[in-house]
Design a protein around this ligand. Structure first.
Ligand code: ES4
Ligand code: ZN
Length: 326
């Protein structure tokens, strides 16, 4: 028999998700209306026409601009709930949500507003959607380490419900080494540590994230495939790499999905998972990523089971929750 497409998909944990990247064009228009904000687009189609990216920066420009519609706690909560409902429908059972506090503070939104809005939706997620959640504060690597440290201290002072910290935004020219003090402080505070590395940046940034920041998980990491010694180490230590295939295609980190290294990464024994990154911008949620990988690479049922198990095993969920999902 061939593989059935109706085989129940195994439970998946989404480990690489920027909540601001779940803001769909329809919600951008609805929130603009609710907040009396004039958008520079006449209609949805004009906004959608802007989603043709040539690299990470061209995406980031639109991603930051669209955040202007997020003003109130309710806005952040509504965005988060919309993501959780859609992720649950696509088979996600646990999610570790990154948010970018600096992107909101810098445009005059209070830290409490963005944190409490996202956190309030996450708090009821397991009951409402069957999706357990953790929150991760990500810091913008194109801003200073001083800015990141200041925001981290504010998050700690307000006892924000964060499980860890991440590092995102423009990678090239902003190496992990810039944030050693930030990660040392986070470790001291008992926080988990992840970092984007090896998306557009070189394999050397992956080494830096591991050795200088103590990163426990690497977001993207696909450029490790340029460095066989690094692959060997990542395999030996089973360092989780949260890979985002549709994101890599849309930001032209790879030419096409057919050229994506995920199958080679799996074959090499790397601990890879499949994630959506910014699903409203890159053409799909976790289930869409899986579906297109199956269509283009003929990913087997065993491959899909391996990827799902990797995602659960690499999550920061409690052991009992992991056991439920494995
Ligand atoms: C991001 Cl795809 C990607 N890379 C780096 N930083 C980001 N922030 C949101 N999406
Ligand atoms: Zn990302």
């Amino acid at each position: 028999f061939g593989e059935s497409t109706t085989t129940a998909a195994p439970p998946v944990a989404e480990l690489h998700l920027h909540i601001e990247g779940t803001l769909q064009p329809e919600l951008i228009f609805a929130l603009a209306e609710r907040n009396g904000i004039e958008l520079p687009y006449a209609d949805l189609d004009e906004l959608r026409a802007r989603y043709e990216f040539t690299d990470l920066q061209s995406f980031l420009d639109l991603y930051y601009a669209n955040m202007a519609v997020l003003r109130t706690e309710q806005d952040f909560a509504d965005m988060t709930r919309a993501y959780l409902a859609r992720a649950a429908a696509g088979g996600v059972r646990h999610v570790e949500v990154m948010m970018d506090p600096q992107a909101h503070i810098s445009r005059g939104v209070a830290l409490e507003t963005c944190v409490n809005g996202v956190a309030s939706a996450l708090a009821t997620s397991e009951e409402e959607f069957g999706v357990s959640t953790l929150l991760i504060a990500a810091f913008l690597r194109d801003m200073s380490e001083e800015s990141a440290l200041e925001v981290l201290e504010q998050l700690l002072a307000m006892k924000a419900p964060i499980a860890g910290i991440g590092l995102d935004s423009a990678e090239v020219g902003n190496p992990p080494s810039k944030f050693e003090r930030l990660y040392r402080r986070a470790a001291e505070a008992g926080l988990r540590r992840i970092a984007h590395a090896g998306e557009e940046g070189p394999a050397s940034y992956v080494y830096e994230a591991l050795d200088l920041l103590g990163a426990e998980r690497i977001d993207h990491g696909i450029r490790c495939m340029d460095d066989p010694a690094l692959v060997e180490r990542l395999v030996a230590e089973q360092i989780p790499l949260t890979v985002c295939p549709l994101s890599n295609v849309r930001l032209r980190a790879v030419d096409t999905l057919a050229d994506h290294p995920l199958p080679a990464m799996l074959a090499a024994g790397l601990n890879v998972s499949v994630n959506s990154d910014d699903p409203a911008y890159f053409g799909g949620y976790v289930d869409d990523n899986f579906e297109q990988l199956v269509a283009v690479h003929g990913l087997s049922v065993a491959d899909r089971a391996r990827l799902a198990a990797n995602s659960v095993r690499s999550s920061f969920a409690g052991e009992s929750r992991k056991a439920e999902l494995l």
